[in-house]
Every structure is written in C-alpha cells, then in structure tokens.
Design a protein around this ligand. Sequence first.
Ligand code: NAD
Length: 335
Amino acid sequence: MNQEQTTHPPAPVGILGFGGLGKAAALVLAPKREMSWVAVADHQGYAYDPAGLDALQCGALARAQGSVGYLNPGGVLTDQGIESLLGLGNRVEGYFLALPNLPNTFMATIVQRIIAAGWRGVLVDALKRTSAMEQLFDLAPQLQQAGITYVTGCGATPGLLTAAAVLGAQSYAQVHQVDITFGVGIANWEAYKATIREDIAHLPGYTVERAMAMSEAEVSELLDRTQGRLCLEGMEHADDLILELAGICPRDQVRVGGIVDTRSAAKPISTHVKVTGRTFEGKISTHTFTLGDETSMAANVCGPAFGYLKTGLGLHRQGIYGLFTCADLMPQFVR
Ligand code: NAD
C-alpha cells in the first residue's frame, strides 16, 4: 500500500460532453475520494464548482433544460464551454472526453483546440473508429510538446476488452486472432444519441456522414424496422490499430462486432474477447474473457476511462507527456 497515494488530495477532474456517457461518468465519480468532479461542458454551456458538482442535480438539469449551463450558481450558457473550462488551467487536472465523434474528424479537431488553448493536463477518450484514432496519432508530437498526457481508446471496446486481449496474449508465442463481440442493452436510443448514430454508420450501406445527416425520426424509423436492434459485423474499430501498435498481431487479425438492443437495458448477448494463439509448446488455444451480463455499457466504459485517467495523472505529475493507448498502460483503480 502506497501511503502517499491514500493521502493525496482528490484530483480535480472534468467531463467534456454530458450526454449518456457523460452523465453516467458523473455518477461513477460521485463516491470517489481520489477524484473530485469539478467541471463539465455540453454543446450549450459549462459548469464549474471547485467544491465539486452534484451528479444528480446536473443530470436532472441537463435532462429538463438541455444544458448544464443553467446551473445556478456555477453554470454559464455559451457555445465556447470547452475553451472556457480550459481557461481555468490546472484547476482542472484531467478530462474525460465523452464527446460524440461526429463527423469522424470531430475529436481530432477538439484536441487541436485543446492544444491551441495552452492547457496542460491529462485527457482520456472512448474513441472507437480506427481512422479517428489515426488522426490523433498525427497530433502525437504536438500533444507531447504541449505538455498533455493523452490516453486514447479508454472505453469498453476499444478499452477494457483491448487491454484484456493484451493480457491474454501473454500466454502465446504467436497470436492468431482476437475476436471482440459485444452486447449492449439500452432502454431507449435517445439516452445515447451519438453512440447509436456512430453504430448505425457501421451498417451496410451507411457512412458516418449519412448517419449524421439522419433526422431523429429517421433513426427511430430505422430502429422500428430492426425491432430496435443493430447487428454489427466487421466494424472499423481501433482495437485493431491499438493491438497492432502493441505488437500483439497485425490489424487484419482483429475482428469486432456485436448487437445493440435499444429497447431493453438487458444485454442481448454477453460481451467477450477471445484471444487465439499458439503457445511455445505448439498448442493452439483460446482465452475468453467475458464481462458480467449485469454490467452496463456505461459501467464498462466510464470505469476504465477513470482508471486510465488516474494512470495518466501519475505520468503527468512525473513530467511524462504524449499519446498513449489503452494497451500501453494499465488502468489504475480509482478509490
Ligand atoms: P451523447 O450524444 O449522449 O452525448 C454527447 C454530449 O456531447 C452531449 O452532452 C452534447 O451536448 C455534447 N457535445 C456535443 N458537441 C459538443 C461541443 N462542441 N462542446 C461541448 N459538448 C458537446 O453521446 P454518448 O452516447 O454519450 O457517446 C459519447 C461518445 O462515446 C461517442 O463518440 C461514442 O461512440 C463513445 N462510446 C464509446 C464506447 C467505447 O466502448 N469505446 C462505448 C460507448 C460510447
């Protein structure tokens, strides 16, 4: 037990994006002693309270009025919420980017804005598409120079399951295949609008642009036609890039797919990662890591995100900056 860790004051952290994941992230943080949730932004405003924001109050406000900017005192209505929070400097040491990646360049654009603002601290995201993560790698030298420690792919997949694949790979001399299959159950799609649109973009015949341009009525009609389910195969998911960079296997040996049910909070299928390989004795085997069916997408995304944020804060305090993936680091546990 590290005594210093237990006596360190809570790290002031923020959440950028306060939709489905952002609201869940605030609830995940609420009982934590090592992190204090002090800042949040959505597309209409931001809120800051150095004494700590109330997850239930902010969630209720965002649902009823559409923005945390209505919080009084502490809230401000503005379309420059992210820049306003960055202006607080190291009064916020780290952020979970719970933002939509629509269009597919959105997250990289936000990161460029954060670098330009001169803020130094720790960022984690739950980015999904390979091509979106490649854009972040283009920014890696700038992140390093800006004094930002950024851990990308810190959700469930990429994230928890990708990291589990790295652990599983250790039994093998050669990894042949990594198969990630997820089951997500949400009671209504409006609670996770960006997640669902980004998933629709993976369906045959759809693109990110087409999914983004759909009206809410069109999304509902599509879900009516599929009984609320999205069946996804061969997704462009950055688990492939992350595992290739980590030296586990070439990216074409990583497969990601799953089923999302938007009409029930119960998972339609269990979520698992299978890692198949050959041991040094020449045996072919498969490790399977299965998540508990009772764990929600929100739990499996937000828990790892803050675990990696804690790891990132430790690196940042040691002066270690730059871009890392969920496979480069072990998430710590936030108490
Ligand atoms: P959402 O649509 O519910 O919420 C998005 C939030 O971002 C909203 O509060 C919105 O106001 C805010 N926002 C949009 N533009 C903004 C701006 N310019 N400035 C400030 N705030 C802005 O989204 P969600 O369903 O919670 O998903 C968030 C992201 O998480 C998506 O990109 C999704 O793909 C990703 N995700 C990753 C995983 C994973 O396992 N890696 C799992 C689920 C979701």
